[in-house]
Write a protein of this length. Structure first.
Length: 202
């Protein structure tokens, strides 16, 4: 399945292998210079820019943006990309980019990326932003089991009560070819690990 995105961030089915911004083959979602705004309403109070219940392979071609809209003020919680299990984000180097804009309009807060299990980032540039409006827990990058970054440049930022990177249980592993920056609001924390998790670099 192919789709195109326009300058307003709308996604419209159509296109072909030579002309698309979004491609889905049943296993892998490919974004090629895509610009996506708005979101999928999972419940009346929650919306997500890209949402998949299981594991998702995301391939980046060119610069891709998943951002929010003024409609976010109608929701309590906004997420840029949310998957129920593992999320793999890959590209072909520093020309493969993913930019996720956090929302300061949502009533409680927003997450940039939320992976229900592991998050694996390889050969690309990722910038993920979140915002905690009235309570902690909202992040630029959130994963449950582990975060593995290989040959990539990753920026994870959150404002207000949010934190940059939050791992619920597992480890963060960053190879020597990667550059990672995590920042937070005054009330958050740049990186949060559980008592069972560790940070490995190299």
């Amino acid at each position: 399945m192919y789709a195109r995105t326009d300058e307003e961030g709308r996604v419209t089915p159509g296109g072909c292998e030579r002309d698309y911004n979004v491609k889905w083959d049943g296993v892998t979602l490919t974004l090629r210079n895509a610009y996506i705004t708005g979101g999928y309403e999972t419940t009346p109070d929650f919306t997500k820019g890209i949402y998949f219940k299981g594991s998702l392979n995301l391939v980046l071609i060119g610069t891709n943006t998943v951002t929010r809209s003024d409609e976010d003020q109608a929701y309590y919680h906004v997420t840029g990309i949310s998957v129920g299990s593992d999320l793999s984000i890959t590209g072909s180097g520093n020309t493969s980019r993913l930019i996720i804009g956090g929302s300061d309009a949502a009533k409680y807060g927003s997450d940039g990326i939320d992976a229900g299990s592991g998050l694996y980032i390889k050969d690309c540039v990722v910038q993920a932003n979140g915002h905690g409006e009235i309570e902690p827990g909202y992040t630029g990058i959130c994963a449950k089991d582990e975060l593995v970054i290989e040959n990539s440049s990753v920026t994870a930022a959150s404002t207000g009560f949010g934190c940059g990177i939050n791992l619920s249980y597992g480890d963060i592993r960053i190879d020597e070819a990667s550059h990672v920056t995590a920042t937070s609001g005054a009330a958050g924390g740049a990186v949060k690990l559980s008592e069972y998790g560790s940070l490995y670099i190299g």
